[in-house]
Design a protein around this ligand. Structure first.
Ligand SMILES: Cc1cc2nc3c(=O)[nH]c(=O)nc-3n(C[C@H](O)[C@H](O)[C@H](O)COP(=O)(O)OP(=O)(O)OC[C@H]3O[C@@H](n4cnc5c(N)ncnc54)[C@H](O)[C@@H]3O)c2cc1C
Length: 510
């Protein structure tokens, strides 16, 4: 096994990971290891923008805190939310110093928009709907200028390296194609591997965002929490044979309407805020409506926008839809919800400390409890940036991993892996989670789903190490944690559980 040493190891190159690299570089050498290029994580695709307590007065901060708590359905940690929002101004100043090209009016003032459950416009955006890509690119450009920064790609996190006292001293990685292992020794290890929404049949996330960080941290003994808390985005393009594609919530913030096949805006039947109700409310309303009227279809309509406005304000989304033969300016888009964001994950404090000394987690992989049961739109880029800055305060920058006792390198992961056909295994897992842990859940279906996942886990045998099989094992472990968590706390709001599903449309298929 190859071995390397570095002061700080960051695993995952999304906005959380790159922001952490930038914060750590003044203190030592930083190695960023990722499974793929910038486009491999969700950050690259973030469209709507970045929520900030815009105006930055105490009143602006309080309004942002209250909106976050309300959207979170009573399950946010208020102190954490106050810390998140309180750091908003520092984040904004940091991004301005990186010259992120946020959209401006002709008088030079920055444009802000609204999304669901925000009481005021406070979301800044860049390139219209390319906010994530432009922030990520600016961070990546800045850190690449430092001689203390190195980047390794096409490596999959395999396990957490610990010394005999249980202190984390780095991590082990697996090449994507073969069975070669690379061991990195580090003074501090930061996981920023993103969420796991692609474990569900329909998802807005890049295909490989399947919760690996949670699986590896759980095997190392880290506390994982709130895995039942997944957010489903309501307005996801639904064209047969095409991958789900997000139609940003900023469209509804700027007046887009959700209509049924008869052209009626039915969301007011479910919530007084209609299109701007919290995301979980809107997703459930779409789900219920499609079960009541399975043949009607549901659409997002921007056809009342002034001519040329859709292309000008949402250029990337407009172009993508046009390539699929759909002109959003003239034709309502067929939509259906899809899994979008993981609110739970590796439990941390507001400096990214996990329950294992020496191991930190930030961004979507972590559970800071700022999002409660339902994330307020555009608060996740804020969280990734805030936590990427705050993590440095928790790290003992003087500790360089030297003098640790012999590492328990691979002791925490025997090569037990699921022995099912890998393609079929993934298809089954994604269907099971969609059916049993989707937008609306019933306990009998959750139990059935868990039983099926456990059957697949029971197929695990000691076999030669193989990256694809290892990833499926991660997926099964995370799926079982999601289903077990629903059974542990079957409460409305967090993980919507009903006694019986109203009217059935049969099984969803991709
Ligand atoms: C389509 C879309 C639109 C969105 N729009 C918005 C928005 O407008 N505003 C907002 O606030 N949020 C938005 N979100 C959510 C937001 O983008 C994410 O929550 C956030 O970017 C997560 O950042 P991250 O750095 O934690 O993880 P990611 O950006 O997902 O990065 C994860 C990184 O970890 C790497 N990785 C994963 N697994 C492994 C492994 N096993 N080994 C090694 N490396 C690994 C990946 O390759 C990647 O580099 C959107 C999400 C999507 C999918």
């Amino acid at each position: 096994m190859k071995k390397e040493s570095v002061d700080f190891l960051v695993v995952g190159g999304g906005i959380a990971g790159y922001q952490a690299v930038l914060s750590l570089l003044p203190h030592g050498s930083v190695l960023l290891v990722s499974r793929g290029p910038l486009s491999s994580g969700s950050s690259y695709y973030a469209q709507g923008g970045l929520a900030l307590p815009w105006g930055f007065t105490p009143e602006d901060r309080e309004r942002h805190v209250q909106d976050t708590l309300r959207a979170g359905a009573g399950l946010c940690d208020e102190a954490s939310v106050r810390t998140l929002v309180g750091d908003g101004e520092k984040v904004w100043e940091g991004l301005l110093s990186l010259d992120v090209p946020f959209d401006q009016a002709s008088d030079g003032s920055f444009l802000t928009t609204r999304e669901a459950a925000h009481s005021v416009p406070r979301i800044v955006h860049a390139g219209g709907d390319r906010t994530g890509f432009l922030i990520l690119s600016a961070l990546a450009k800045k850190v690449s200028e430092s001689p203390s920064f190195r980047f390794l790609s096409n490596l999959q996190l395999h396990s957490i390296r610990k010394d005999r006292k249980g202190v984390v001293t780095g991590a082990v990685f697996l090449g994507e194609t073969g069975d070669e292992l690379l061991e990195i020794e580090a003074g501090a290890t930061i996981l920023s591997t993103g969420g796991g929404s692609s474990l569900f049949l329909r998802s807005t996330n890049p295909r490989l965002q399947r919760g690996d960080g949670v699986a590896v941290a759980a095997r190392a003994g880290c506390e994982i929490e709130r895995m039942a808390y997944y957010q489903f985005h309501p307005t996801v393009l639904d064209i047969p044979g095409q991958a789900p594609f997000l139609l940003t919530e900023a469209m509804r913030g700027e007046g887009a309407r959700v209509i049924n096949g008869k052209g009626r805006r039915f969301l007011y039947d479910y919530h007084p805020d209609g299109e701007l109700a919290p995301r979980d409310v809107v997703s459930r309303a779409l789900w219920l409506e499609s079960r009541k009227f399975p043949d009607e279809g549901i659409f997002l309509s921007l056809t009342h926008f002034p001519e040329g406005r859709v292309a000008q304000r949402f250029p990337q989304v407009f172009r993508h839809c046009l390539e699929l033969g759909l002109d959003l300016q003239t034709t309502p888009a067929p939509i259906r919800p899809a899994a979008h964001f993981q609110m739970g994950g590796i439990r941390t404090d507001m400096n990214g400390r996990t329950t294992l000394p020496g191991l930190f987690a930030i961004g979507e992989v972590a559970s800071t409890r700022v999002h409660g049961a339902n994330r307020l739109a555009s608060n996740s880029l804020l969280e990734a940036l805030v936590m990427g800055r705050r993590v440095v305060d928790a790290i003992d920058v003087g500790y360089h991993g030297e003098g640790t006792e012999e590492a328990d390198t691979l002791g925490n992961v025997p090569f037990f892996m699921p022995c099912v056909d890998i393609e079929e295994g993934w298809a089954r897992l994604r269907q099971i989670l969609w059916d049993s842990a989707g937008i609306v859940r019933t306990l009998p279906l959750v139990r059935k789903g868990l039983h099926e996942i456990r059957e697949m886990i029971a197929s695990e045998r000691p076999v030669p190490l193989d990256g694809a099989r290892f990833a499926l094992g991660n997926g099964l472990l995370v799926a079982s944690m999601i289903l077990e968590d629903i059974l542990r706390a079957p409460v409305a709001g967090a993980n919507y559980v009903v006694d019986e599903l109203p009217g059935s449309t049969g099984k969803d298929k991709d």
